[in-house]
Design a protein around this ligand. Sequence first.
Ligand SMILES: Cc1cc2nc3c(=O)[nH]c(=O)nc-3n(C[C@H](O)[C@H](O)[C@H](O)COP(=O)(O)O)c2cc1C
Length: 199
Amino acid sequence: MNSVISFLKQRRSVMIRTYNPCPLPEIDLLSILECGVRVPDHGMLTPWRIIVISGKQRKNLGKYCLRTEFARLNPDATKEMLEFEENRFTRASAILCVISKPVTHAKIPKWEMQLSAGAVCQNLLTASLALGYGAQWVTHWYSYNDLMIRTLGGNPDTDKIAGFIYIGQKTKQPNERNRPDLSKIIIRYGEGIEEGKLK
Ligand SMILES: Cc1cc2nc3c(=O)[nH]c(=O)nc-3n(C[C@H](O)[C@H](O)[C@H](O)COP(=O)(O)O)c2cc1C
């Protein structure tokens, strides 16, 4: 079978908690980023940015933003919970944050620009997995946090975090997860589609 098809049919995200967070070689990071920006983008508006969080900045961002915001939003948080937030990013070798940054355009709707940001996330994830890394696309609570969006250079009024792609060295193979049953998801037009039928 074609190797790309065979890879895509078996592709599986790897849970962050299983990573060895050793440094990500620059050459691999650049390959992943190149794949990330090679996505469908109507009108070539590049309505997204990728922020690389690695090395000491993983802890710095955790301390400045995750810990403080988690404490503010959860006054009953325990010391352990706050420590977890501070160190959250250090569980991965690198984290790539994709920010959807729509621009004003006479013809191209914002929705299409946001979809393109999702495609960036998927390509970053796929490229990382294809290189043999563990990787996962998550949003968690802090994607919806204004301080996080501002700290990463976004404007909370107009921009949205599409996701954080965690990348780390794989320490074990992930278990398979249930996949959608094609017969329940795919409908062939012409075989009895009526308005309102999709469930
Ligand atoms: C936009 C988006 C946000 C997600 N956020 C989270 C999250 O916050 N926490 C989580 O455990 N999984 C989250 N997931 C799900 C996982 O990353 C992933 O879909 C799941 O582990 C299975 O991935 P796989 O199909 O690549 O194996 C998110 C997925 C998407 C598309």
